[in-house]
Design a protein around this ligand. Structure first.
Ligand code: HEC
Ligand code: HEC
Length: 525
């Protein structure tokens, strides 16, 4: 099977993963009837299937593989019903996914932090490290995964970083041991988690978060139960500059906490990948445009207070007076914004949003302050600063992809944010004690990253930076006769954000590689 043959099925994946299962048969019966033809029944389950645990996306990838490579067919709703059943009975506990959620949330520009150097070299050069870190298997089953790689993709051991070592020997001895050690099938965390009841998430929730490239937003969502682990949502969200979005959607909760939702907002289909907190009272994660997952934002939500979700704006300059809104649930009582910040007056207070006029003393030291309203508190929720001493661009390293031009894949843009920092006590920028002030508006530009990029005029050809929003839109795919060797519109760029800090300019940079299309884009990259 060639790589191009694989791609059409993967493009359907997201649709299936988020669709509501329509199947009525008992899930165990369905699993047996679909799978036991090849996976023999044993006393503790079907062979292979009983030997691993996965996320909903991980199970979906396996189900797709069973269809593509082994010819399994799913009637309407069956694949979704199997994902639900397998995720509920053979999922991962919240603590087992916590470090790797970026892969599920499709967070742009993440540079991974592998736990194990050998596994990083052996297993994270074709796909993410998170792909295996989000599975749990017996050692024997991890070994079978190595066998699958070589069996299905015989070139595996001859590809980059496979040729300088005896790849197969390591993959069949040391690697399964390491994997079973780091990511074992049987864990206390899963025993404990899988015995719990799934919480009912119905109710009114308050939301706050950061819309990437846009700024802080807040709002409310009504969540109502529509059957077991199924919900309908109606949200009203307030974005910067008065943009209000009302969105309606629905969601399935897998494994008692893996919220996967779809909502219509402003004509866009939005996907939600959230984790329900262990007490069933918080949601956190990321949402994104289904057609363009770099367009999204982070979210935290809480149902019962007293609790603080966000402080907007999240910073105040020493010597200035500003209106500060504290967002949360059950906010009642005296407001404190920390040392050196006085409350001049309360402008409004309704339990969910408390707006105060605050004054930061001229000599207030730079740092993040704990904020409280009555019994609700949030640590380091407000930054006080004297001046912007440095700017960091987020993400610091990322990729955009050419596309469009009548080809099958759309362009993949890149969105940047400028984050202002104050120097910490050491007076130096770029050190651990820097104080994160928060997101600032910036003027954006791109420069060639290398001499070659300059010689090939990548800035001209690779795409267009929106100077006001930090959105980089790559150029069209395909050969470009205007370029040397008619090469494509790839580029190697430095992205520069310039923040105006009361008349003085402070800049930060990031690296942007503009490259070719991603032809295969599975749910876990
Ligand atoms: C027509 C035969 C066939 C059917 C039916 C089948 N499988 Fe498989 N399955 C295989 C083979 C062969 C392998 C080993 C090679 C591989 O991993 O692709 C496998 C491997 C697996 C694995 C291990 C994959 C891994 O990541 O290492 C899982 C889990 C699995 N199957 C689940 C299922 C489920 C769930 C079903 C039912 C929906 C199913 N299979 C139906 C043939 C089948
Ligand atoms: C040479 C490239 C390459 C290397 C090296 C590689 N993989 Fe893969 N891996 C693939 C491909 C290709 C697939 C199947 C297509 C896909 O899912 O994108 C895959 C699939 C997987 C899956 C999903 C299987 C499923 O259906 O559940 C896991 C988990 C995985 N690899 C883990 C590993 C581990 C662990 C290692 C190290 C031993 C490794 N990979 C090394 C290319 C590679």
């Amino acid at each position: 099977m060639s790589i191009t043959q694989l791609s059409p099925v993967f493009t359907l994946l997201a649709v299936f993963a988020f669709a509501a299962p329509a199947h009525a048969a008992e899930p165990d019966e369905l699993l047996n009837s679909k799978c036991s033809g090849c996976h023999a029944r044993t006393d503790d389950g079907l062979q292979r299937i009983k030997d691993s645990r996965r996320t909903p996306e991980g199970w979906d990838m396996t189900l797709v593989r069973m269809a593509q490579i082994h010819g399994v067919k799913y009637a309407e709703g069956e694949r979704a019903a199997l994902i639900k059943h397998l995720s509920d009975t053979r999922g991962l506990a919240p603590s087992e996914t916590a470090a790797w959620r970026y892969a599920l949330e499709r967070t742009p520009g993440v540079v991974e932090s592998p736990e194990d150097a050998t596994l990083a070299e052996m297993c994270a050069r074709c796909h993410t490290y998170a792909r295996h870190a989000l599975q749990r298997r017996t050692q024997e089953d991890w070994l079978k995964l190595s066998h699958f790689h070589l069996g299905q993709y015989p070139t595996t051991e001859y590809q980059a970083l496979g040729r300088d070592r005896n790849w197969w020997e390591i993959a069949s001895t040391e690697v399964p041991e390491l994997l079973a050690d780091h990511y074992p099938l049987d864990t206390e965390a899963w025993n404990e988690w899988s015995a719990r009841e799934h919480p009912d998430l119905s109710g009114t929730w308050r939301i706050a978060g950061h819309a990437e490239g846009e700024g802080p937003y807040h709002g409310t969502v009504e969540i109502s139960a529509e059957g077991e682990d199924r919900y309908a949502t109606v949200a009203t969200l307030n974005f910067p500059e008065g943009r209000t979005v009302v969105s309606e959607g629905n969601a399935i909760v897998y494994t008692g906490y893996e919220w996967r939702g779809t909502a219509d907002a402003d004509g866009k289909t939005i996907r939600q990948v959230f984790a329900v907190g262990e007490d069933g009272n918080t949601l956190s994660g990321r949402w994104f445009d289904a057609d363009n997952d770099i367009d999204g934002g982070t979210l935290t939500a809480v149902r019962e207070g007293p609790a603080i979700l966000a402080v907007i704006p999240e910073y105040i300059r020493a010597g200035e007076t500003a209106e500060i809104a504290v967002h949360g649930v059950g906010l009642d009582g005296e407001v404190s914004l920390g040392a050196g910040v006085d409350i001049v007056e309360t402008v409004s207070a309704d339990g969910n949003i408390v707006v105060v006029r605050a004054m930061a003393a001229g000599d207030a030291g730079a740092g993040r302050r704990d904020v409280s309203v009555g019994d609700a508190s949030a640590s380091a929720a407000l930054a006080v600063f004297q001046s912007v001493d440095s700017v960091r661009v987020e993400p610091a390293n990322t990729i955009a992809r050419v596309g469009g031009n009548d080809g099958p894949l759309a362009k993949v843009p890149a969105q940047f944010d400028a984050v202002a920092y104050a120097n910490g006590a050491d007076g130096d920028a770029g050190t651990d004690d820097d104080v994160r002030i928060g997101y600032f508006d910036a003027t954006w530009s791109v420069e060639p990253a290398t001499e070659i990029a300059a010689a090939l005029d990548d800035v001209e050809y690779a795409g267009e930076m929106n100077t006001a929003t930090g959105l980089f839109m790559p150029a069209a795919a395909g050969l470009n006769p205007e370029r040397p060797y008619s090469t494509n519109n790839a580029g190697d760029l430095v992205v520069k954000a310039t923040v105006d800090d009361n008349g003085s300019e402070v800049s930060g940079t990031a690296r942007l590689v503009v490259t070719v299309q991603r032809w295969i884009d599975p749910p876990i990259r």
